[in-house]
Design a protein around this ligand. Sequence first.
Ligand code: BES
Ligand code: ZN
Length: 617
Amino acid sequence: MRLLPALAIGMLSLPMVVFAADPHSYAQPDQVRVTHLDLDLTIDFPHRQLDGRATLKLDWTNPKASSLVLDTRDLHIESVEAVDASGKATALKYAMAAAEKQLGSKLTIAAPAHPAQVRIVYTTSPQASGLQWLTPAQTADKTQPFMFSQSESIHARSWVPLQDSPAIRFTYDAQVHAPKDVRVVMSAINDARHPLNGDFSFDQPHPIPSYLLAIGAGDIAVKETGPRSAVYAEPSVVGKAAHEFEDTEKMIATAEHLYGPYRWGRYDILVLPPSFPYGGMENPNMTFATPTVLVGDKSLVSLVSHELAHSWSGNLVTAASWRDIWLNEGVTTYVQGRITEALYGKTLADEESLLSARGLEKELATMPANSQKLAPDPRGIGADDSLSDVAYDKGSWLLRTLEQRYGRDTFDHYLKGYFDHFAFRSITTEQMLAYLKPNLIEKYPGKMRWAEVQSWVYGTGVPKNAPLPDSPRFNAIDKERADFLAGTLAADKLDAKGWNTQEWMYFLDRLPDVSPLQKMQQLDAAWHLTGTPNAEIGMRWYSHAIAAGDKAAWTAAAEHMTRIGRMYLTLPLYQAFAKTSDGLVYAKQVYAKAKAGYHPLTQQAVEAVFASAKTAQ
Ligand code: BES
Ligand code: ZN
């Protein structure tokens, strides 16, 4: 349940398609490849649209190719031209296919003469799936409108016409025009001292996949957190964010010590309004982050370790298709744990590994066999279907297993070599395995059989002998929880005063799905969970309170759901409410008020919860 609760995950399933290199893109990289994007954008807040001009540099790989096929979604195309070396433009014929629900519209541009560049003038739709537009009233400081992108997995195509596949990498530069006093940031080097004069320019000199294209604009202030890091956020949030993320430089230095130099220059973080639909997004040079991790005690800063870790696993070495996404998320979750351990100690890192492993075990029990595989059979898999706990938690568990078998020094050396070997490339699971075999498994014989590796990658579930850390503190919590449920320990006698965030998460995660109402009321009376400022704890608590029928928690749950658009923190409450007809009616009322502040993806996911509740009743 890392990014999306299970119900929402299935909604992006594809109809059966003929399996190509990347079934989630119409691009034909065996014919032609985009190598550079030159983007000119005007941010039109009143119309909630971007007016764009995308000039694509092309490398024609097949001499017989006759067209350039691009991905688009809800784009209005104004013109398509070939541009020659001297800048002379000639109109090209093009055809926009009818929209397919998941993939959008295929744009086929006739280009038998193989122009070096093609230029497309277009506008985005106010409903673009990859953009959110907020009015000043929907921001913290209420002075300026705000907009931001979220391109992963396949939403870049809703704001730029391109080959929207992680297998294709390109450099980009951009000129962006915005109202005065608004700051624009992108997934490229950002200059904190740039005047807010309405004209910004960016240059990303490293080849990146399209899902790492990102833009944000609004009343954004900047505060340094280190020699190569800063936080960007609304003025009233930036101080708190700088404090929460004050260890950023230490994190970068730790990752560099393990895996070699940080290759991107600066590492900045943009803290978005609470409607940001995810926890974090590893946009190069500028991680996008939810404000729900700003809890004041740095207890949720693993999010930064995670997004920073993607600078190696994901942004440097990229999964070639969405089916291989565990190469991004599993390796990153492993590296995240190593950064956490180095900075905050093994006790906390082990707690986070255990939360991840226990959560996975629970989730696996409800999953179809194919989804339990790290590398599933791609047929019939939607772009976001592989984004379950399996990619994150089974993936990182495999890496912890390798580390344990080969020893830390050997494994660290191997992983650093892997990042260097595949740097700035997009690879499949099979390419990763072809490197793993000679460079680790066969190089140090007798530690792990190849068949074991294969059963981790292509098998269901988790191998029985998968290693788990031991956490005396979690063991004590298991005992307290059991005693509390058995009635031998009163709620106010729980030894919870010193529990950190992860320990509360663990206590709540392993309560029965539906607990007796009285027990939940006692827990709340003793520990004041209703109204908690910590949304990770709140999400878990309200889920239990709703399931137990504790109507006293409804208003606070509704407040949480209205304020927070991060799907992982909000959808579980919709799901909990949707289990009863009273609850469903209430949740629909909450949604009616909250909807305007939600990202298009969050809206879609909540509506999917309602739709499946209807069929279930
Ligand atoms: N790259 C992901 C976010 C993502 C994945 C967005 C796939 C859309 C499709 C990011 O690195 C991530 O994993 N974020 C997590 C936070 C993290 C601490 C596990 C999230 O958003 O919850
Ligand atoms: Zn991630």
